[in-house]
Design a protein around this ligand. Structure first.
Ligand SMILES: CC(C)(COP(=O)(O)OP(=O)(O)OC[C@H]1O[C@@H](n2cnc3c(N)ncnc32)[C@H](O)[C@@H]1OP(=O)(O)O)[C@@H](O)C(=O)NCCC(=O)NCCS
Length: 166
C-alpha cells in the first residue's frame, strides 16, 4: 500500500473509488446517485480546486486502485485558516486493516506541516464504528448537528468531533 497526496492525474481512479465507497455506505454526505452522476472531468476540476486552495487529500493506493482517502479542507478566510474540515472513507474490504489509520496519520502529519491547528468533522450519530475510530485517535466530542442528514425522508443527527494539533 502506498500513501500520498492525490493529484489531477488520479481523477479517474479517484472517481471510481468515490463511487465505490458511496455505494458501500450511507454514512457519507454524498449519495451513491450523486457520485454516479459525477464525471472524470468534474473530479479533475475538484482535485485542481482543492489542491490550488491549500486543501488536500491523502490517498491509499493498492495495486488495483485507490482504497482509502482522508480529505482535509481548509477555510478560505485568513481568520479561519487554522481550522480544517476532515472527511475519511475506506473501501469496505479494507475496514479493520489499518488503512484508515494510515491515511489519517499521514493527513494529520501533512496538516501540521501546513500550520493547521484544529481538525473537525461531523459524523452520523449512529455511525458507531467511525466514532470509535475517531475517539481512539484523540478526537473529542464538541457538539451536535441536529438533522444533519436526510436519507429517504428520514433525518439523522450528526455529532461533531475535533482534534487539536500540537
Ligand atoms: C470510518 C472508517 C474510515 C474507519 O475505518 P476502519 O478500518 O473501519 O476502522 P478500524 O477498524 O481501525 O476501527 C473501527 C473501530 O470501531 C470498532 N467497531 C467496529 N464495529 C463497531 C460497532 N458496530 N459499534 C461500535 N464500534 C465498532 C472497532 O472495534 C474499532 O475500535 P477499536 O479500535 O477501539 O477496537 C471506515 O469504517 C469507513 O470508511 N467507513 C465508511 C465511511 C465512513 O463512515 N466515514 C466516516 C464518515 S464521518
Amino acid at each position: 500500500m502506498r500513501y500520498r497526496l492525490v493529484r489531477e492525474s488520479d481523477a479517474s481512479a479517484y472517481l471510481e473509488f468515490f463511487r465505490s465507497v458511496a455505494s458501500e455506505t450511507d454514512n457519507l454526505a454524498c449519495s451513491a446517485k450523486e457520485a454516479a452522476a459525477m464525471t472524470v472531468e468534474d473530479e479533475r476540476a475538484f482535485i485542481r480546486n482543492t489542491n490550488g486552495s491549500g486543501s488536500f487529500s491523502i490517498i491509499a493506493v493498492a495495486d488495483d486502485g485507490i482504497c482509502g482517502s482522508c480529505d482535509i479542507r481548509i477555510q478560505n478566510r485568513e481568520r479561519l485558516r487554522h481550522r480544517a474540515a476532515m472527511g475519511i472513507a475506506v473501501r469496505k474490504e479494507y475496514w479493520g486493516t489499518g488503512v484508515a489509520q494510515h491515511v489519517l496519520e499521514e493527513a494529520i502529519a501533512e496538516a501540521k506541516r501546513r500550520g493547521i491547528r484544529i481538525i473537525y468533522l461531523t459524523v452520523r450519530a449512529d455511525n458507531k464504528r467511525a466514532i470509535a475510530f475517531y475517539k481512539r485517535n484523540g478526537f473529542e466530542f464538541s457538539g451536535v448537528h441536529r438533522m444533519l442528514f436526510c436519507i429517504d425522508g428520514k433525518y439523522y443527527d450528526g455529532e461533531q468531533y475535533e482534534l487539536l494539533l500540537k
